[in-house]
Design a protein around this ligand. Structure first.
Ligand SMILES: Cc1cc2nc3c(=O)[nH]c(=O)nc-3n(C[C@H](O)[C@H](O)[C@H](O)COP(=O)(O)OP(=O)(O)OC[C@H]3O[C@@H](n4cnc5c(N)ncnc54)[C@H](O)[C@@H]3O)c2cc1C
Length: 336
C-alpha cells in the first residue's frame, strides 16, 4: 500500500503500518496505543489535502473510516470519517440550510475543521458548534466549542500545523430553511442571477456550486486528471502593502492585512493553465482549468509535484517578492 492509493493526487511512497478505524473508540485506541509505543502517527481522512514524499511515512497511518451521522432537530452529529459531501446532501434532505455553498469539497468531515474548509464565501467555522478531540499530549478526549478551535479566515485553526489533536467527531448547528444562507461570493451570485446578500433555494446553491466547481476541475473525479490534486496548492497570501506589480490582483480585507489572489499572482507571473509540460518529467502540471491546482497527469511522483510547485513559487517570488505558502499538508517532502 502506498500514499498514491490513499490520496486524491495519487502520489507518495509506502505506508508503514495502516490501521483502519471504523469506530470512534477504535480511532482513539489506535492513536493512543501508537503513542504509548512511541511510534510516529499520521492521521488520514480522505487524503485530499495531503502530499506525502516518495519515501512514504515510516510509522502508523490511522485511516479514519468512522461512519456515524445523526440528525437531531437542526443539529448534525457527524463522525470524523464521514464523507463531507454526504453531510451536505443529508442536510439538504432534512431541510437544513447553511453549508450548501460547501458542496462538492472532497475529503472527510474530520478534515473540515483542520483547515477551516471554505469555498464560495462559506466556511466550516460558520456552522460548526463543537468538535470532539483526542488531545495526544494529555491522552484525554475533550469537547471543544467553536470559540476554542482558533478558526481564522486564512484556512487556519488550532488543529492545523500540529499533530497534537485528532478530530473524533463534529457537531454542526444549522438552520431549518429551504432558503440558502445569503450568497456572499460574486461568481456564485452571478451564476444564480442574484445580488450579494440575497438568498435562493439551498438546493439551487448546491447545484450552482457543483457546476462552478466542475468547470474548474474542483470536483473530485477519478477519471479527471484536473482533479488529481490537493485542491488549491497555495494559500492566498496576506501582505501589509501591495507591491506595484500586484496592484491588479483582487484584494480582500483581512484582520492580518490585505489578502491577494494567489491564482492571479501565479497567472500574471507567466504560469498559465496546464503549465508544466516542459518542467522536469512533465507528469505534474497546473490544472488545465485552474492555475492554483498542481495536478498529477498520470505517473507523477511527489518529487515531480514539489518540483513544479517550487518552480511556480520561485516565479511568483521573483516577480512580486511574495512567497506563497502551501495550503496542503506536506509530509516528508518540502518545496525548494
Ligand atoms: C479537487 C479538490 C477540491 C478541493 N476544494 C477545496 C475547497 O474548495 N476548499 C477547501 O477548503 N479545501 C478544498 N480541498 C482540500 C480538501 O478537500 C480539504 O482540505 C478537506 O477538508 C481535507 O479533508 P481530508 O479528509 O481529505 O484530509 P486529509 O487529506 O486526509 O488530511 C489533511 C490533513 O488533515 C489531517 N486530518 C485529517 N483528518 C483528521 C482528523 N480526523 N483529525 C485530525 N487531523 C486530521 C491530516 O493529518 C492532514 O494533516 C480540495 C481538494 C481537492 C482534491
Amino acid at each position: 500500500m502506498s500514499f498514491a492509493d490513499l490520496t486524491t493526487i495519487h502520489v507518495g511512497g509506502p505506508v508503514g503500518r495502516l490501521v483502519e478505524a471504523t469506530t470512534s473508540q477504535e480511532l482513539v485506541d489506535a492513536v493512543r496505543s501508537a503513542d504509548a509505543a512511541g511510534t510516529p502517527v499520521l492521521v488520514i481522512g480522505g487524503g485530499s489535502n495531503l502530499l506525502v514524499g516518495d519515501d512514504g511515512f515510516d510509522g502508523t497511518v490511522v485511516r479514519v473510516a468512522t461512519s456515524g451521522l445523526r440528525v437531531e432537530g437542526t443539529r448534525m452529529h457527524v463522525d470524523a470519517g464521514v464523507e463531507w459531501d454526504l453531510v451536505v446532501r443529508t442536510a439538504l434532505d432534512h431541510g437544513l440550510a447553511g453549508i450548501e455553498a460547501l458542496s462538492g469539497i472532497p475529503g472527510s468531515t474530520g478534515g473540515t475543521p483542520v483547515q477551516n474548509v471554505g469555498a464560495y464565501g462559506a466556511s466550516t467555522s460558520d456552522w460548526l458548534e463543537s468538535v470532539t478531540v483526542l488531545d495526544r499530549e494529555s491522552g484525554e478526549v475533550e469537547v471543544w466549542d467553536n470559540a476554542r478551535c482558533g478558526f481564522g479566515s486564512h484556512r487556519s485553526s488550532a488543529f492545523k500545523y500540529t499533530d497534537r489533536y485528532v478530530v473524533v467527531d463534529v457537531t454542526f448547528a444549522l438552520r431549518r430553511s429551504a432558503e440558502s444562507a445569503p450568497v456572499r461570493y460574486a461568481a456564485l451570485a452571478e451564476r444564480l442571477g442574484v445580488r450579494i446578500g440575497e438568498s435562493v433555494s439551498a438546493r439551487e446553491v448546491r447545484d450552482a456550486v457543483i457546476a462552478l466547481r466542475t468547470d474548474r476541475g474542483m470536483v473530485w473525479d477519478e477519471a479527471e486528471h484536473d482533479s488529481w490534486s490537493v485542491g488549491s496548492f497555495f494559500l492566498n497570501p496576506i501582505v501589509s502593502s501591495v507591491p506595484p506589480e500586484a496592484l491588479g490582483s483582487p484584494q480582500f480585507t483581512d484582520p492580518k492585512g490585505i489578502k491577494l489572489s494567489a491564482a492571479w499572482l501565479i497567472e500574471h507571473a507567466g504560469f498559465s493553465r496546464g503549465y508544466g509540460e516542459r518542467v522536469g518529467t512533465g507528469r505534474a502540471t497546473l490544472s488545465t482549468r485552474h492555475v492554483l491546482a498542481v495536478t498529477n497527469r498520470g505517473g507523477a511522483s511527489a518529487a515531480d509535484v514539489t518540483a513544479l510547485a517550487s518552480h511556480v513559487r520561485a516565479g511568483v517570488q521573483e516577480k512580486y517578492g511574495i512567497t506563497l505558502t502551501p495550503e496542503c499538508r506536506l509530509v516528508n517532502c518540502t518545496l525548494d
